[in-house]
Design a protein around this ligand. Structure first.
Ligand SMILES: Cc1ncc(COP(=O)(O)O)c(C=O)c1O
Length: 485
């Protein structure tokens, strides 16, 4: 018979004070007083309530962390973990990379992207924030008043590098990401995707090879195909991100023109590269004069209180092109992103001008004002809490409804989950069966060029409600049906 959490803790041994405290907390989790994703009382509160020392509560929490019942989030507190097992951290051999592959454009990819905005489908896979969690009313009010206040400016071009007031705000906020730069080093783009596209154009020519992490965000894969580039897939792990050892070996084997990495809460793995590895990555690439295109679109969505650092913060040679946007945090439809492009800044500005003259003016005006006065930090705290809770609840639902043996990532930020089903469960088949039931997900094979991740799917926890839970239940039933016998 399976042990409940209280028993797991009690079997730890004698009845030392901290074990008793841990047993009581585990009991509260068993009874459902605290559920997956809930924040537990602070150490100080518990010390008062149990009438024990702060140290005892700290030891109790440490014990519960060891038992993987709870997890600490830096500067935020202790939270109940979900029950679904974490994806195993694969051992990456330094020689394990797939040779550069010509990328072809996939019809399935377009179909999946079209489905994301189909309102008749339940969006279980799309990496788009839920509008309910965005400051829609406030932004609309700000937009209206900025259009009045700025008059002509709002209808004329804001030529590259873009609206200065917005660039000043972004420069100030970049300090939290460890990036110290002036407004003139920032180029406003139409979303993060355009920042990455300009970066690829500035660093690569058709036929060149670009190193990417595997699994890798499928939209960039399509971009790489359009530009006639070859992609070199370097293994990535949920904990550490791209394998620097494998990348080093790949660099020794052949010419790489650039490297594209999502450093924080990547899509789809949710990995947050430790800062030390970010530094190693920047230094390795700098030694070989290889530009790094860093996508940090999810960096502000940490579940802790402080956003993680960036590779750009370690850039001493101007070879790192930092790309981000407000699409995951404020307004994807505004299409406002930016690049801090180091050596490539002037080139990217020219490319931007050639491609579409300038980014749309009104959203830039509104975002500049929102960042200056709209309470962005308060908004971030709120969506971080919502996403952290949604992720835990979705993970718990996956544990309840999917076949045993299913495991998933436990990201510390963002709102994306990467689910690994039993080997032999066909993710593309699951995608089609789910569509027939009115549910959209993203099948794993889209995230690779070499037919990997055939039993993986990407889920999005941007929204959590009864309908979404019902959708996970249906998906779980379908996954049961598709399991190999
Ligand atoms: C890693 C990553 N980069 C970029 C984008 C798209 O950014 P934007 O809408 O700002 O162009 C996404 C959206 O899913 C993403 O996941």
């Amino acid at each position: 018979m399976a042990m409940n959490n209280t028993e797991k803790v009690k079997t730890a041994g004698s009845l030392l004070l901290y074990e008793q405290a841990a047993g009581e907390i585990a009991g509260l989790i068993d009874q459902g007083t605290f559920r997956a994703g809930d924040r537990l009382p602070s150490i100080r509160q518990l010390s008062k309530r149990f009438d024990v020392s702060i140290n005892t509560v700290m030891q109790a929490y440490a014990l519960l962390e060891d038992k993987r019942l709870i997890q600490a989030r830096p500067q935020s507190g202790y939270y109940v973990r979900s029950r679904v097992p974490e994806i195993r951290e694969p051992v990456v051999q330094s020689r394990s990379f797939t040779p550069p592959t010509t990328v072809t454009i996939s019809d399935l990819c377009y179909q999946v992207m079209r489905n994301m905005m189909n309102r008749d489908l339940l969006p279980l896979g799309s990496a788009i924030p839920c509008a309910d969690n965005l400051p829609v009313d406030k932004l609309s009010r700000i937009m209206a008043s900025e259009l009045r206040r700025c008059g002509d400016q709002s209808v004329l071009y804001q030529m590259p590098p873009g609206y200065e007031r917005l660039r000043v705000q972004i420069a100030r906020r970049s300090l939290a990401a460890g990036i110290s730069c002036g407004p003139d080093e920032i180029l406003i783009t139409s979303g993060c995707v355009e920042a990455v596209l300009l970066a690829l154009r500035a660093t690569c020519r058709a036929g060149d090879t670009i190193a990417v992490e595997s699994p890798f965000y499928f939209n960039f894969m399509q971009m790489i195909a359009e530009l006639g580039l070859k992609a070199l897939e370097i293994p990535s792990t949920p904990r550490d991100g791209i394998s620097i050892e494998a990348l080093r070996y790949a660099i020794e084997q052949g010419k790489i023109s650039a490297c594209l990495v999502i450093t924080n809460f990547s899509n789809p793995l949710g990995s947050q590269m430790p800062d030390q590895r970010k530094q190693e990555l920047v230094e390795l690439l700098a030694r070989h004069e290889i530009p790094l295109i860093e996508d940090d679109i999810y960096g502000d969505l940490t579940f802790g209180n402080e956003r993680p650092g960036t590779a750009k913060s370690f850039d001493r040679t101007g070879l790192v092109i930092y790309c981000s946007s407000f699409s995951k945090t404020i307004a994807p439809g505004y299409r406002v992103g930016w690049a801090i492009a180091g050596r490539f800044q002037a080139h990217m500005e020219r490319l931007k001008m050639m491609m579409n003259v300038a980014p749309s003016s009104p959203p830039q005006l509104a975002l500049a004002e929102f960042l200056a006065t709209g309470g962005y930090d308060h908004h971030l705290r709120s969506i971080r809490r919502i996403h952290a809770r949604n992720i835990s609840q979705m993970a718990d639902a996956v544990a309840r409804y999917f076949p045993p043996g299913t495991c998933m990532t436990h990201p510390a930020g963002g709102f994306i989950l990467w689910v690994e089903m039993q080997e032999g469960t066909d993710a593309i088949q699951l995608y089609h069966s789910a569509l027939e039931r009115g549910i959209s997900i993203v099948p794993g094979p889209l995230f690779s060029l070499s037919n990997k991740y055939t039993n993986h799917i990407r889920l999005s926890a941007a929204r959590w409600d009864e309908q979404i839970e019902q959708g996970i239940k249906t998906l779980g039933e379908l996954a049961h049906e598709l399991q190999p016998q």
